[in-house]
Design a binder for this molecule. Structure first.
Ligand code: C2O
Length: 459
């Protein structure tokens, strides 16, 4: 199997590059196929989510998406792989696609952090018509209008993983620990109690879903938007930017079911995809670390305790309501218990986590909130972002959202400055809206969300 190369959609260098022409024509085919055909876009989207988010999956092929857990990355990698194979096989049947394009075609990725222009929807997706005036299957009229007309751009901080995330442990067996890939769990379509999303699933993943809007807001419809696949390709790429040497071994016994490009059923192992070139036959054009963008001077944690150690919660506070405005939520933080200190050894560096959990709401507000530790709320104390993909339905007893941030270096900075007072710790939420042309902001009228708990823990 020859290796195919997934390229940056913004690096293709010309409007309607042959890769995008081919993609648009294939998506057109997929939209025209009946939903019972596993190659149809409707079927492909239902592999991710089906009907209502809180319904059980209808079969082992549909309603399978893995979120808020450590299967987020491997499941979506396999999902993209079979989608890409389906597109490639359809391309061979489309007369006007040149053979050499079909033979080497790979899914492009949307690297919104490439430059300021790339923080907007790739233009070919916002045009109702193709290069020659035919209707464009890449256009999705459910997106927010300012996304399609490209007057809105993602905020810079929404486009790259948050501070330190790329260097965090891949996973942790207990909730409330900040990780790259999410809390360890069993297979689950819905959230396990207390589990939190991995840092990459948060930002940029959930932020970009929120930014685009429409179909991209819901698990059951996200895959209907042709840009979903380019977005996930970029998320998958970040796994390669990190490198896959230290990924978890505990995946071996979980498998996923998919349908291939011929409709045949396959069962694959979660750990059968960690090396994409060797195992799946694709590579990325560019996997360099966008170092300057990853949250500034974040201290590395070579001395960090192993992720298997459960954290000890030293402060909590209840409900914070957010609706497009800055909210300062003060709380008090206690000292870790003597037992905790003993079990860690005095000279080990402790990690400090800020967990924002039990997030619920009726509708996606289409914006994110930056979470700061410390009243001054500037970049040096930004813990990360919270965003709301899948929030609809959390009100009815569904799966609340949750995030954990490693704030160790922020606490050290505040301590060094004499600005850390455990009796009066400020957690500040600041809206991060899409940046709109003409000085308008998406934060002005926005759906409310509720954060059920905020806590600080030592590990
Ligand atoms: Cu399972 Cu971006 O979604």
């Amino acid at each position: 199997m020859a290796t195919i190369t997934r390229r940056d959609v913004y690096g293709l260098g010309e409007p309607w590059h042959p890769i995008l022409r081919a993609y648009a024509l294939a998506i057109g085919r997929m939209k025209a196929l009946p939903a019972t055909d596993s190659r149809s876009l409707a079927y492909q989207a239902s592999v991710h989510g089906f009907g209502s988010e809180s319904d059980p999956p209808p079969d082992r092929f549909r309603g399978q998406c893995q979120h808020n857990c450590w299967y987020f990355l491997p499941w979506h990698r396999w999902y993209l792989h079979y989608f890409e194979r389906t597109v490639r096989s359809l391309l061979t049947e489309i007369e006007e696609v040149p053979d050499e394009v079909a033979a080497t075609w790979a899914l492009p990725y949307w690297n919104y952090a490439r430059d300021a222009g790339a923080a907007k929807l790739p233009p070919e997706f916002g045009s109702p018509t193709l290069w020659d005036g035919r209707p464009n299957a890449l256009y999705d009229d459910t997106r927010l209008p300012e996304v399609n007309d490209r007057s809105a751009a993602l905020d810079r901080v929404q486009t790259v993983p948050g501070r330190g995330v790329i260097d965090q442990p891949f996973s942790a067996p207990t909730s409330g620990v900040a990780t790259f890939g999410g809390t360890a769990s069993g297979w689950h379509h819905f959230r396990e109690p207390g589990a939190v999303a991995g840092g990459l699933e948060g930002t940029p993943h959930n932020d970009v879903h929120g930014f685009v809007g429409g179909n991209m807001w819901r698990f059951a419809t996200a895959g209907l938007d042709p840009v979903f696949w380019l977005h996930h390709c970029n998320i998958d790429r970040y796994w390669e930017v990190r490198g896959h040497d230290a990924d978890p071994s505990g995946w071996a016994n979980v498998s996923f079911d998919f349908r291939t490009e011929t409709g045949a059923a396959v069962r694959v192992e979660a750990d059968g995809c960690v090396d994409p070139e060797a195992q799946l036959g694709y590579r990325y054009e560019d996997v360099t670390r966008p170092d300057g963008l990853l949250g500034g001077a974040v201290r590395r944690f070579e001395m960090a305790p192993g992720p298997e150690l459960p954290p000890e919660v030293v402060g909590t506070r209840g409900t914070v309501r957010l609706q497009g405005r800055r909210v300062d939520a003060p709380m008090a933080v206690g000292a870790p218990s003597g037992d905790f200190l003993l079990s860690r050894g005095r000279d080990r560096e402790q990690r400090v986590f800020l967990t924002v959990n039990d997030i619920t709401g009726e509708a996606n507000p289409g914006i994110s909130y930056a979470v700061y530790l410390g009243e001054r709320a500037d970049e040096s104390c930004r813990a990360g972002l919270i965003s709301f993909f899948g929030i609809e339905g959390t009100g009815g007893g569904g799966h609340p959202l949750g995030y954990a941030f490693d704030v160790t270096d922020i606490v050290h900075t505040l301590e060094d400055e004499g600005a850390w007072n455990p009796d009066d710790v400020h957690v500040v939420f600041e809206p991060v809206g899409a940046v709109l042309d003409e000085g308008r902001s998406r934060t002005e009228e926005t759906a409310p969300v509720e954060v059920g708990s905020v806590s600080i823990a030592y590990q």
